[in-house]
Ligand binder design. Structure first.
Ligand code: ATP
Length: 318
């Protein structure tokens, strides 16, 4: 293992407690997102956002996610206070903002890993703000997690299979319907193999996940999330700890998700990456959504520059 890989490996174990949100996933069919697959995906995404004004809370023609009045306070600190946000179906949307802006807390709320002080949101036509994390995943909104220590001690393949399992009731189902269960397991295994192939991790399937480099871990995190066949995938800092050589490959994988008809929402500090892949950018500062727009509109927005400067953040240079 190279020094670079070793240092990459040392990064990712500080993740929030992993509770692999899950649902049973068996089919290998592409995800249902309602958007055209192939190159048409990017064209459709750009066209859908063409007339959307660069203002916070702007309406979108076909939002897959709509959140309203979402607030989360920790004691006296209001970490999230988002009036309105719509995420357009089939797009890659970046959520940016200086450190402590509330991005991760907002992700945790939307995906049922934290409870809001108030607020409602709908995902793909379903009221989701009262759902638990596994129900959110089952509805099709899945987030990636950094690999925890426990998962690094499991093989790459086992990580994938865990990604497909329901958090509740799986023992009961296995006992009641053993044949059905076996068929499900075989389908999960097949799907896992095809995803590992796609993410170029197939040769690593029997290795411990902890032996992967930082970039390979990111690929595994993404592949695991895809076991659930999401309509929307949420990526928290997908480029953190990834060496430059793997960055490009990760970017291509994320673009492929859109081409497959999925919606992508990702938190990222790397503005070059945001420029390269995002169709739309939502900006948070001090818990609030301060503006939205295309990457070009956002880079030129004085509110964004002020927010980063106010937080003494070097991203203002981009
Ligand atoms: N469990 C918690 N208890 C108390 N305060 C919290 C908790 N989680 C987050 N916070 C606070 O809420 C605010 C928003 O944090 P959050 O991690 O969501 O920001 P962020 O935009 O994701 O930041 P970063 O880019 O640094 O990851 C911060 O002030 C943070 O200290």
């Amino acid at each position: 293992m190279s020094d670079k890989e070793r240092s990459d490996n040392e990064r990712s174990d500080t993740a929030p407690t992993e509770k692999a949100p899950a649902e049973q996933a068996a089919e290998t069919a592409p995800p249902a997102g309602g958007t055209p697959a192939g190159k048409a995906g990017i064209t459709a995404a750009k066209a859908a956002l063409k007339d959307v004004p660069p203002e916070p809370g702007a309406s979108k023609p076909d939002p897959i996610l709509t959140a309203s009045g979402v607030r989360r306070a920790f004691g006296g600190l209001v970490a999230v206070d988002v009036d309105h946000l719509e995420v357009q179906r089939g797009t890659i949307t970046a959520l940016i903002g200086p450190n402590g802006a509330g991005k991760t807390t907002f992700f945790n709320l939307l995906t049922g890993f934290d409870r809001p002080s108030q607020g409602t949101w709908e995902f793909d036509g379903h009221r989701a703000n009262r759902m638990r994390s596994y129900q959110v995943a089952r509805a099709g909104m899945v987030r990636t997690f950094q690999l925890t220590k426990a998962l690094t001690r499991m093989s790459v393949m086992d990580n994938m299979l865990i990604g497909a399992h329901s958090q509740i009731g799986e023992r009961m189902w296995a006992g009641l319907f053993p044949r059905l269960w076996k068929r499900q397991e075989a389908a999960n295994r097949e799907r896992a193999l095809s995803l590992l192939e796609r993410f170029k991790l197939i040769d690593k399937r029997d290795d411990y996940a902890g032996e992967l480099s930082g970039g390979q871990r990111k690929l595994l995190e993404m592949a695991r999330a895809l076991m659930l066949e999401p309509k929307m995938i949420m990526l928290d800092e997908p480029m953190a700890g990834v060496n430059p050589a793997l960055k490009q490959s990760l970017l291509e994988h994320i673009k492929d998700l859109r081409e497959d008809g999925m919606t992508v929402l990702f938190v990222e500090h790397d503005m070059d990456m945001v420029h390269e892949i995002a169709d739309w950018v939502a900006v948070m500062a001090a818990g609030q959504l301060i503006t939205e727009g295309t990457p070009d509109q956002i880079s030129a927005d004085q509110r964004v520059i002020d927010a980063y400067l106010g937080a003494h953040h070097d991203a203002a240079q981009h």
